[in-house]
Design a protein around this ligand. Structure first.
Ligand code: CU
Ligand code: CU
Length: 335
């Protein structure tokens, strides 16, 4: 098979992905009470002076649940230069100016009211893995200067990905268009714990012509899946430089999402055993006593652990090529 026929095959696979990945149908094993109102979406011309939300400053923090049963999500599509590794500034495509975009926190039963405003140079969209919605309506591409409004109801608990679904999805995810949606179960997660959100993703930078020190996303590299930079929360070694602070004897709960676009996470915390892992973050999928948990691109997990002694505990993907490329941080445990 020559290169162009491989390319054609890959396009077919990508289209199948777009159809399959962009929404979940209520399957036979879905809870019997899963009923979602019809999702409609309106496109309008963006109001002049539309305010850009303040970027989330601590990507590892889970924002509090809003009061009431509606979660208002204002996302603005912005082209921004962000730092992805020491000395590497990257021309990113973003939700609200950061990579990853803001963490969205809801509870089962909540309505998520989404306004997506495009202030970037090209068309983008948003695909919520946590939603049950027709992709051609809710996840349609929004052109620059336009605003899309739609809402959906959270029916499943979990740690979910959201991402831009505009083709080529590979480029839109590689360039920074993703974030986490955390949907709490109706009765919460169980024990009180210190919570963190970690989004793993990888980058494929090449030098931007004529702009020393600035990099852009190289589509030919993305297609090889040979990433130069792999991160937790968008910056290589972010939590080696600034460790995540925990306490001896205090349960820790980490909401992990793998944005990919192409690499699995072999999520592992050195010096611990994960006491509980909820596959995709759903308490129906509970595992206990896990050394390393596999999280696919487009998947998530809730992991819990408690350390018994003060020290520094590295958090890595056990695919060590990726840990060396930046997906390595530290938990610093004190008494
Ligand atoms: Cu997807
Ligand atoms: Cu996009």
């Amino acid at each position: 098979m020559n290169r162009s026929s491989i390319g054609a095959l890959l396009s077919t696979v990508a289209l199948a992905y777009l159809t399959a990945c962009s929404g979940r149908s209520a399957s036979a094993d879905a809870p019997a009470d899963v009923r979602v109102p019809a999702v409609t979406a309106e496109v309008s011309t963006t109001e002049p002076g539309y305010a850009v939300p303040t970027p989330q400053s601590n990507p590892e923090s889970l924002p509090p649940l809003p009061s009431g049963n509606t979660v208002t999500v204002n996302l603005v599509l912005l082209d921004r230069t962000v730092q992805i590794a020491p000395g590497v500034k990257y021309r990113a495509w973003t939700f609200n100016g950061t990579v990853p975009g803001p963490v969205i926190h809801a509870q089962v039963g909540d309505t998520i009211d989404v306004t997506l405003t495009n202030k970037a140079m090209m068309g983008h969209s948003i695909d919520f893995h946590a939603a049950l919605a027709p992709p051609n309506i809710a996840y349609q591409t929004v052109q620059p200067g336009k605003t899309l409004h739609f809402s959906w109801v959270a029916r499943y608990p979990g740690a979910f990905l959201y991402h831009c679904g505009t083709p080529p999805v590979l480029a839109h995810i590689s360039n920074g268009m993703y974030g986490a949606v955390i949907v709490d179960p109706k009765d919460g997660w169980g024990s009180d714990a210190r919570s963190f959100v970690l989004v793993q993703s990888e980058f494929y930078p090449s030098p931007y012509p004529g702009a020393p020190g600035i990099f852009y996303g190289d589509l030919s590299k993305m297609k090889t899946a040979m990433a130069d930079v792999v991160t937790f929360n968008g910056l290589a070694f972010r939590y080696r430089v600034n460790p995540l602070q925990i306490k001896v004897g205090q349960p820790v709960r980490v909401f992990v999402v793998d944005a990919g676009p192409s690499h699995f996470s072999a999520f592992h915390i050195v010096g611990t055993i994960l006491s509980r892992v909820l596959v995709d973050g759903n308490p129906s999928n509970q595992l206990e006593g896990i050394q390393t948990t596999a999280i696919p691109p487009g998947g998530g997990a809730v992991v819990e652990f408690t350390v018994q002694q003060a020290g520094t505990y590295p958090v890595v993907t056990h695919s060590f090529g990726d840990a060396d490329a930046g997906a390595l941080g530290l938990f610093n445990a004190t008494d």
